[in-house]
Ligand binder design. Sequence first.
Ligand code: ADP
Ligand code: ASP
Ligand code: MG
Length: 403
Amino acid sequence: MKTVVLKFGGTSVGSIDRIKKVCKIISSYKKKKYKVVVISSAMSGVTNDLVNKSKSICNNFDLAEYDALVSTGEQVSCALIAGRLKHIGLKSRSWLSWQLPIFTEGNYSSARINKINIKELNIYIKSGGVPVVTGFQGINKNFRITTIGRSGSDATAIMLAKYIKADECIIYTDVEGVYTTDPRQHKKAKKIKKIFYDEMLEMASLGSKVMQPTSIQDAKLNKIDIKVRSSFAFKSGTLITNSKKSFSDQIITGISSTKNDAKITIVGVKDRPGVAASIFKPLSKNLINVDMVIQNISQNGKNTDLTFTIKSEDLKKTEKLIKENKSISYKKLSFDKNVSKVSIIGVGMITTPGITYRMFQALAAKKINILVISTSEIKISVLVSAKHVKKAIASLHKEFKLD
Ligand code: ADP
Ligand code: ASP
Ligand code: MG
C-alpha cells in the first residue's frame, strides 16, 4: 500500500465549497487504497488578516505571540477538512503541529523543521485514518509555537513526506503546475512537465511564488520528488526532481520576477579597502538582506558610487542605519522603490554560450534599461524599473522560445 502526502494551499481551501471539493480529492486516494496524510494551509486571506491584526495592536508586536497568532488559521481549515471527511464516511482527525509534535529550530516566524514525531500518526494511518496536519508551524525547545516563514506549509508537507517515508508528495494549488513564468502575469506561460530542484529553487527564490524556497531545499536534501498540480482541474502537473529522465532540451526553463525590491545608491563614498564592509556590517547585524551589489570604478581613485538592493520593507531601517553610520562618509544617498528583479533560469545555460548577450539584446530592443546585473551558474538577474517588468518578461519569454 502506497503512502501519499497531499498538501492543499490557501485558495484550495478558501471556502466551504472548496473544502468539500478538496475532500473529494482526498477520498479518491483512499478509494485507490492509498494511505493518506493531509497538510493544509489556512483558508486564503486568513493569515494576512492575522498579520494585519498584529500590526494594528502595536508596532513592535512580540515575536513569540506573533507566531502563536498567525498559526491559528491552519487550525480552522484542518478541523473543517477532518470534519467533512468524517461526514463523507472516512475516518479522520485534525492534528495541530504541537500535538505531534513538529519540532523546529531558529527564530520565530522563520524557524525550520528539524524533527517530526510520527509515532501516533503512523498508528492512526495504519488503522485507516486520514490525519489532517496543520502546515506552516511547529514548536521550539521551549515548547512555544513557531512558524516557518510565509507559504511554509509546502515545507511541512515535504518534511512530513520525509519522516513518514511517503511514496509521493503532491502539492495541490490554484494553478496546474509550475509554469515558464507566472501564468497570471503572462498569458503565454506554458506548464513545465519536469523541472530540476536547482532550477525550481532559483525560480522560487527569485519570486515564483508557486513553491516556497525552503521547501525545495528540503526536498533536494532529502531527495523527495514533488508533484505540483491543481485542486481545481484534473490535469497533469509538474514534477520537481533530480532525475534526468526525459527532460526537454530548453536552455532556459523559466522566468521569475520580484515585486518588492528597493535600490539604494551611495554616491561619492571614499574608495578605500573595507568601505563596503563598513556599510554592510550594520545591515547584516540588523538582519537586512543585501541582494545585488555594484560598485563603480572610481574615476579619481578617491571616490566611488555603491549601489545595492534590499527588500522594500527594509528601506526605512536601512536609510536610518546608513545615516547613523559614523564610519563612512559620502556625498549623497538616493533610493528607488520602483524597481524589480527579472531573472532567467535554466541549467542549459551552463553549456550554452551567448545567453547573457541574448538577454541584454532582447531587453535593449524593447528599450528597457538594466540597472544592476547578477549571475550564477544557472541564472541571470537584471534589475529594471518596475514599470518595465511585464514587457521584459514578454520579450525574454519569446527570445528563449518559451511562448
Ligand atoms: P497556494 O495557496 O496553493 O500555496 P500560492 O499562491 O502560494 O498557492 O502559489 C500559487 C500561485 O503562484 C499561482 O496562483 C501563481 O499566480 C503564482 N506563480 C508565480 N510564479 C509561478 C510559476 N512560475 N508557475 C506557476 N505559478 C506561479
Ligand atoms: N497560511 C500560511 C501563509 O499564508 C502558510 C501557507 O499558506 O503555507 O503564509
Ligand atoms: Mg504557497
